[in-house]
Design a protein around this ligand. Structure first.
Ligand code: 3EB
Length: 316
């Protein structure tokens, strides 16, 4: 199998980015639009001023756009971008329904493997049918993935963040050949978390590794201040930032020392006013990496109330 042509870039909004592919823009309203060769995804999050970055995912060749109800796809020869957007009430059923539709669309085109999935919806801590909405989301997702018999050892890397708008927005990268799923020795695999976090555990890998034409690509899941399965340092955003970076370092070590530097990171902050403190921790951590990662700052709610930040990104 030839290496994938998948590429990832985070660029200032003012720069001329690629015209085709999947573009993630933090702009209202939450939702997904498509053009002839691209998908525009607006997760429903707010960027922290003054930065305006756009995240671009591209693959080579002329993509084919496909629109089937709430599912929109962009098919390349070796990569399929797949998205779903719709109301986020009845979240458990909606999530299951969305995942079934997405997975069916991917499989119908020969893209059996999920490398990376992003999930956003509003009011993540609110209760719905006796469950916290994050748990309802986890149940819907796990039910769909179980029904489709996706093994735990090949889960995609993922993000699930509470947005500022009531819209379920899911987007993903699927491939014909499997990515390598990676776990973090400092953390219990999310799919083995004890049931007190959610009656059905979150189903994602800590990262995935893909071989591309321009070298290995490591897709880092949303990573927080969790060691084992427990949250660490409630109420201390600086200590949470350090613990999160220790998790990311350990994940990078697991993925392979020869691997490239982080190209970009996205920091989700529960409280925007924490940015300067977290930025100082990041600057210290990456002071010997040149050039350092491009960092996008976003307001968002991490799934556990005590967690104040989460970081995801790409090594390329
Ligand atoms: C954690 O490590 C923090 O449910 O898809 C991070 C990334 C988190 C993805 C998900 C949740 C998810 O458990 C939360």
């Amino acid at each position: 199998m030839p290496p994938l042509t998948l590429r990832s870039q985070l660029m200032p909004e003012a720069a001329a980015g690629p015209e085709t592919g999947m573009h993630i823009r933090l702009r209202e309203p939450a939702g997904i639009d498509s053009g002839p060769g691209h998908l525009e995804i607006r997760p429903g999050l707010h960027p922290l001023a003054p930065d305006h970055y756009v995240e671009y995912w591209t693959a080579s060749g002329t993509p084919t756009p496909i629109h089937e109800g709430p599912v929109r796809l962009l098919e390349h020869e070796d990569v399929l971008f797949a998205t779903w957007s719709g109301p986020d009430n009845g979240l458990r059923e909606q999530t299951e329904h969305a995942y079934r539709a997405l997975l069916a669309a991917c499989r119908a085109r020969g893209f059996e493997h999920l490398a990376r999935v992003w999930n956003y919806f509003g009011d993540i801590h609110a209760e719905e049918d006796g469950l916290e909405r994050y748990q309802a989301f986890c149940m819907g997702r796990a039910t769909a993935l179980e029904a489709l018999e996706i093994p735990l050892a090949s889960m995609p890397a993922a993000t699930a963040i509470g947005s500022d708008q009531r819209q379920l927005v899911i987007y993903l990268i699927a491939t014909r050949t499997p990515a390598e799923s990676l776990e973090n020795p400092r953390q219990v695999s999310a799919y083995h978390y004890p049931a007190r976090y959610s009656p059905k555990s979150p189903t994602f890998a800590r990262a995935t590794r893909l071989e591309t034409a321009s070298g290995p690509l490591i897709l880092l899941s949303g990573t927080a201040s969790i060691v084992g399965h427990e949250s660490r340092h409630p109420d201390d955003v600086v200590a949470q930032a350090r613990e999160t970076l220790a998790n990311l370092r350990s994940l990078h070590d697991t993925a392979g020392h020869e691997l490239p530097r982080p190209a970009w990171l996205r920091v989700y902050l529960r409280h925007p006013e924490d940015r300067p403190k977290v930025a100082a921790v990041l600057a210290e951590h990456y002071h010997d990496v040149h050039p350092g990662p491009i960092v996008q700052w976003v307001r968002g709610d991490v799934c556990r109330r005590e967690l104040l930040l989460e970081i995801e990104g790409v090594h390329a």
